[in-house]
Write a protein that binds this ligand. Structure first.
Ligand SMILES: [Fe+2]
Ligand SMILES: [Fe+2]
Length: 399
């Protein structure tokens, strides 16, 4: 028999995994594909709100149901301690002494294969099949040269599987669940998750004190964006004290303002649909601007934030004519938080202590000027804001 071995944390298993499984069976002409959820993956910590191993097994049962040839295997869940692939393969080899074992993996795992625990022994126990997940030609080139190196140094047998790319990850699926807009899940798996409140779906994010809100929000952000949102929250809090606004509302708006920014355009639109948001054509066409709108809705609906915080997040990328103090504070804090570095940022930091409107105008002037130089369309709200603050600032500067 030709047996594929497909391991992973499957946290949660989604339609991308199911599609990959079906394609692997077909393209590698497998007699069966063993789906092996890891108990305690050696390379990563499971995310906040994740269900336990047996629950993940039940989710896998739902996710892979109906794929002929896919067979669930709880071997790693029953074994104590870390899940090492080499132990799993050794156990499978005993169970299937005469059969061909093919270990399947994504490109990212494949590229780090030589750093796994006992790669030579793995290569002796099974051949490797690498699935295409990343469409970029550069990555595939790397896979090819790495495959050559593994053949030479580890005696590995490597097959490349050019399966269709599904641009979804478990991280995105968990975010969408936390944001109240589940996607890419088998219906039964989705029901199970929602019924049990896994992945922070149990209304557990509403009205948190700031310290917990910060922790939860940071966990939902991309790592590279954490410093920016922390900087924005701290700057907004300081500006609120300076300009007589509520410092708590300001830091809450700061920590949540980019909460949906890591999502792709499809997921942004899915949130809009889920919360019945009205969009202009321009917003639809500019997912970069859309994150302010979806972020505001998530702040209100999922984190239970106030209308003032909602508005501040809603307007944080475009600004608008006649902004509230909190809206101005978030707009400018996002622009000049300590991680920002552009010519004139120091001048802006000094100006905002003296004149909030003038600082907002300076920010608008720079964004509008930048978009104009790129000959890009400018959001009508930004234009109105630019006019409004241009005039009001001039008026104030007149004797
Ligand atoms: Fe933003
Ligand atoms: Fe931001």
């Amino acid at each position: 028999m030709k047996i594929g071995v497909y391991g992973g944390s499957f946290n949660p298993p989604h339609t991308g995994h199911a599609l990959a499984a079906a394609e692997l069976i077909r393209k590698l002409e497998l007699d069966k594909l063993l789906i092996i959820p890891a108990a305690d993956p050696p390379h990563k910590q499971l995310a906040e709100g994740s269900p336990g191993p047996l629950e993940r097994l039940a989710l896998c049962r739902a996710a892979f149901a109906g794929i002929p040839g896919a067979e669930l295997c709880d071997m790693e869940l029953r074994r104590a301690g870390k899940s090492y692939t080499v132990d799993t393969l050794a156990q499978l080899r005993e169970q299937y002494p005469e059969d061909e074992l093919i270990l399947v993996m994504g490109t990212d795992m494949f590229l780090s294969f030589s750093q796994w625990y006992q790669p030579e022994r793995i290569a002796r126990l099974a051949s490797l099949a690498v699935m295409r997940r990343d469409e970029s030609a550069g990555t595939w080139e790397k896979v090819r040269s790495q495959a050559e190196a593994y053949r030479e140094n580890l005696g590995a047998r490597v097959t490349e599987v050019e399966n269709r790319c599904v641009e979804i990850s478990s991280t995105t699926v968990r975010r969408m669940l936390a944001f109240g807009a589940p996607c890419c899940l088998a219906p039964e798996a989705e029901t199970m998750i929602l019924r049990n409140g896994w992945y922070q779906t149990g209304g557990s994010l509403r009205g948190l004190p700031y310290e917990s809100l910060r922790e939860r929000a940071l966990a939902l952000h991309d790592e590279k964006r954490r410093a920016h949102v922390l900087g924005t929250a701290e700057t907004a809090e300081g500006l609120a004290r300076r300009w007589g606004e509520d410092p708590d509302a300001a830091r809450r708006a700061g920590i949540l303002h980019d909460i949906t920014k890591a999502l792709g355009p499809k997921e942004q639109l899915h949130i809009c649909e889920k919360y019945a948001m009205m969009l202009t054509d321009m917003q639809r066409a500019n997912p970069k601007l859309l994150h302010a709108k979806t972020g505001a809705v998530v702040a209100r609906e999922v984190f239970g934030e106030s209308p003032a915080v909602f508005d501040a997040i809603w307007w944080h990328t475009t600004g608008r004519a006649g902004m509230t103090t909190l809206e101005k504070i978030l707009y400018i804090a996002d622009y000049m938080e300590p991680n920002r570095d552009f010519p004139g940022v120091e001048r802006l930091r000094a100006l905002v202590e003296e004149d909030l409107d003038a600082a907002v105008y300076a920010g608008l002037e720079q964004s509008v000027g930048h978009l104009r130089s790129l000959k890009r369309e400018i959001d009508p709200d930004s234009l109105k804001a630019w006019n409004y603050y241009g005039k009001s600032t001039e008026r104030r500067l007149e004797p």
